[in-house]
Design a protein around this ligand. Structure first.
Ligand SMILES: C[S@@+](CC[C@H](N)C(=O)[O-])C[C@H]1O[C@@H](n2cnc3c(N)ncnc32)[C@H](O)[C@@H]1O
Length: 166
């Protein structure tokens, strides 16, 4: 767990930049819950999904194990109805229940998967939904250098004038 924290801690700003270039949240918005009082986002990172969910739900609780990611989320993606919390998904200490529990690109980091999923289902309201999207490749999260190279390439490639919407 400490390793995951250290990994994201060291390139939180680069991760945020890269992830915000191409947010892929359609999957979640096509699968929102019927009731929209409260949503939990697990492994919220820099808050990209949580911020969008806050437009659809009365309350968003967004947790992450990495303080540096949460610091970016709080600065860039705060809203009155979002609560960002430093918390380990494998040790959830939440009293309330949720209509929707989401997680994007995070569950491949979870070591105690069955136990964590069992705890998560207990946090659901009756009729609630769990919607996860994750990387299923049998490889590690790319090394920091990959994010740095994507960042450099994005900065170095000016938008083309004939590209729609640019
Ligand atoms: C690849 S990032 C995804 C961030 C965000 N969901 C997104 O899609 O942009 C994975 C996130 O999961 C967090 N994470 C990893 N293990 C965790 C755990 N056990 N509990 C909570 N967050 C965790 C990391 O700190 C990191 O912010």
């Amino acid at each position: 767990m400490k390793l995951v924290y250290q990994r994201f801690d060291s390139f939180a700003a680069e991760y945020d930049f890269m992830a915000s270039l191409q947010p892929k949240n359609d999957f979640f918005f096509n699968n929102l819950s019927r009731n929209r009082s409260a949503v939990l986002d697990i492994g919220c990172g820099s808050g990209i999904l949580a911020f969008e969910l806050a437009k659809h739900y009365q309350k968003v609780v967004a947790i992450d194990i990495c303080q540096e990611m949460l610091d970016i989320a709080k600065v860039k993606r705060s809203a009155a109805n979002i609560q960002y919390l430093l918390m380990d998904a494998e040790n959830l200490t939440l009293d309330e229940k949720f209509d929707l529990i989401t997680s994007a690109n995070t569950f491949h980091h979870i070591q105690k998967l069955p136990a964590t999923l069992q705890k998560i289902t207990k946090l659901l309201k009756p009729g609630g939904k769990v919607v996860f999207l994750d990387n299923v490749l049998q490889v590690e999260t790319p090394a920091t250098i990959v994010y740095v190279l994507v960042l450099i390439s994005a900065i170095a490639t000016p938008p083309q004038p004939n590209q729609k919407g640019k």
